[in-house]
Design a protein around this ligand. Sequence first.
Ligand SMILES: Cc1cc2nc3c(=O)[nH]c(=O)nc-3n(C[C@H](O)[C@H](O)[C@H](O)COP(=O)(O)OP(=O)(O)OC[C@H]3O[C@@H](n4cnc5c(N)ncnc54)[C@H](O)[C@@H]3O)c2cc1C
Length: 552
Amino acid sequence: MTRIAFIGGGPKALFALLELENNSSTEDPAGLRIDVYDPYPAGAGRVWQSTQPLALRLNVSARILDSGSPPGSGSFTEWVSRAEPHYGNEVYPPRAIVGKYLQEQFGRLSQMAPFALTHIPVRATAVVRTGDQWEVSSQAGTCFYDEVVLATGHGLPGDRSGTELPWACNQAPLIGQYLALEEETIPAKSHVLIRGAALTAYDVVLLLTEGRGGQWEETEKNGGVWLRYVPTGREPAKITMASGSALPMLPKSEHLPEPIRSCIDSYRQPLREWGSSLASNSSGTGEKSTNMWRILLACALECAQLMGSPVTPLALWRTALTGDPGNIRHDESARQTHTDSAANSIRHSIAVNRHRARPDTSWLWARVWSGLYPEVVQAVSRVSWSPASSRMFQRISKHFERLSFGPPELTALKMLALFDAGLLEQDRFPESPPLNAILVNAVTPPAGVLTSAAPEGQAMSPVIGGLLAAGEITVRPGERGLLTDVDGTCLDVHGHRNESLAALGRPTEGPTLGHDTLNRTLHTEHRAWAQRIARLRAHEPLEFIEQLGKGP
Ligand SMILES: Cc1cc2nc3c(=O)[nH]c(=O)nc-3n(C[C@H](O)[C@H](O)[C@H](O)COP(=O)(O)OP(=O)(O)OC[C@H]3O[C@@H](n4cnc5c(N)ncnc54)[C@H](O)[C@@H]3O)c2cc1C
């Protein structure tokens, strides 16, 4: 018998188990037992709890969500039209509904899979090697396993994150549970200062407005539909979203013009070739990212020409390096507030998406980066960058993330309506927050496993801290995420494959890219892990039968 422990039972664990189901033979005389440790409901995990408020919505199109087995049978679209028809036509349904789906998929798997699957609803506190096995400690006691998979995602409340804010009304990151934002803590008419201006900050704003009964009314302006906010009187008097740059996230483009789509497609192969050349010409002194930026810049320029946009290579490069959307000038001398420039920038992006304004540098980069993201993810995984290229990659990819993976248009329209109502402001985070403001920390723990880059960074969770101290896993200097092989197998402190210990998803971010997603096909590690286990299993029954033949 083989025993496997998953530490973490969110979507990544579910996707890996679905792949294992697809790869497993229905007859497995030696037996495979899998325990999934997670204090939250398995499948949904902490992020997708089905009890969270309905105002919080999925941020990508629900069409990408498929935890069917095999893929294509039992997608979210299929499930929702049957189980929650009310949300059947919604591209961005509530996260609670997505959680219900993921939970049900785990439930189905635990009944139908050709292996024994058990959810153990507790936190795992340590994973320690004992001979050929792993000893997993938890509030449920101690158990021994042949294989362990670390799929801890965003971690657990109480983990260290390096982003703590002592005076905030929430001490745990705002992930899946939002009791800290209720009216007893944040009364009507108060002043709320949110640290962060990304998607979690948008969640806070929505919970303090729509979540308290506020309504949205459609209005027609300049030939397009916009929103107006109708308050209830239960919302704060003022909400300020504050970040280092005061720059907004820009809304997604819901419909990509066909010429842009084909242009982006024509750059997939050059990027793949560049990725393969990295793998084959490794210099040992660290790879340079220059040629990748050249390919992406050429694609952005060609898209600009196709759309009749007069942007220059210099303007594009400036946006890549600074993150400044380049569509609206922020003019402090004209007493323009950060709120004005954020609102104008979002308004302009919506106008471009609606084909009522010419594409600017930020729109072009957003289309190129999100369009070629699968190729970039494949090409840069596990690359050992030169220090300069590493800094450049981290800087530009952070800016592109904000430009490319922002909210759906509807959420952006809601933010604009709140700016217009004078209820919402955007600003820089002040050095000393005003005493009369209620502070909300909307910065989530960083991706990876360390609070900051190695070697200085501290392990965020005790499980990771213990494994790092024992040399079972490793983080390269300058990175925060675990170094793994293509099938998720962890590399140990000596750079050797640590067979039987794997990590999937966000803990590996850094050497890998883009794990913060429900997209099951963007990465291949979970599939390769399942294939490795299935291969091991295919050999094990023979050994098992041989052992039976030998007798006691
Ligand atoms: C607020 C929020 C909104 C998001 N919205 C979107 C979206 O709209 N679209 C999208 O594609 N992605 C979104 N994401 C990204 C999200 O991370 C992924 O969609 C997905 O949840 C990643 O799955 P995962 O299993 O890797 O990590 P997680 O979902 O974080 O799951 C990891 C699990 O591990 C468990 N765990 C951690 N440590 C331990 C331990 N020691 N013992 C036991 N269990 C442990 C946790 O409880 C958790 O359930 C969002 C993320 C957040 C935080």
